[in-house]
Design a protein around this ligand. Sequence first.
Ligand code: SF4
Ligand code: SF4
Length: 238
Amino acid sequence: MAKKYAMIIDLHQCVGCGACDLACKSENNTPEGINWAHHFTEMSGTFPKVTYKHVPTLCNHCEDAPCVRVCPTLAMHYGKDGLVTHDPSICIGCKSCMLADPYGVISYNPKDAFSDYTSDTSVAIKGGSFSKKELSDRTNAPFPNFNAARGANDYEAIRGKGAVEKCTFCDHRVEKGLAPACVVACPADARIFGDMNDAKSEVATILAANKPTVLLPEKGTKPKVFYVGNYSQGSYNR
Ligand code: SF4
Ligand code: SF4
């Protein structure tokens, strides 16, 4: 059977630290203002009986993805093993996918993500004394914290302006047998990634033992990011 990758986020385990958000940024070279991994928070109740909920979000790699359906160039498409992937080289930046995506997880690049540090002699940090070029020369890197390994599968390590981008489930890592960066970075072991078509996988086992929820089920998109547990005390099966 073909693989179908999915992610479970255990809200009972999640401590809301944001390590996943940061790990995603540094793994995927996303520019300022663009976050493939994000979260929302909800507070309910009246003081002192207040419940706080932190919910990490990312592309759900929907099985019936509206973003794929509306893309006029097939830039947004179904990739290998159940992933929804994007080809920036044929994206015309029309933003139809962003309008169709009910989850708001697609971002548009209005400008080049980073200036070229190898030739930019402007100051690197406002009020500082060294230039971007000097920083690049001394660290032997085109950009600070640049992850060249992101550039795999014909996908640019840094995407240019005028195209959209979103979470890829770290396909460049998954194909090497590694888990997505957010999964590895989570100190609370709240993210579980794997093949939901493999009945023996941890993902399949947890899905079978719980009543997982998805975001906006009424949209009928069949998300493959599932949530189990909740932030309050209680028993559940993991
Ligand atoms: S979550 Fe949004 S961007 Fe991701 S596959 Fe579903 S509709 Fe497309
Ligand atoms: S912005 Fe790009 S990916 Fe999105 S619908 Fe338009 S061409 Fe397709």
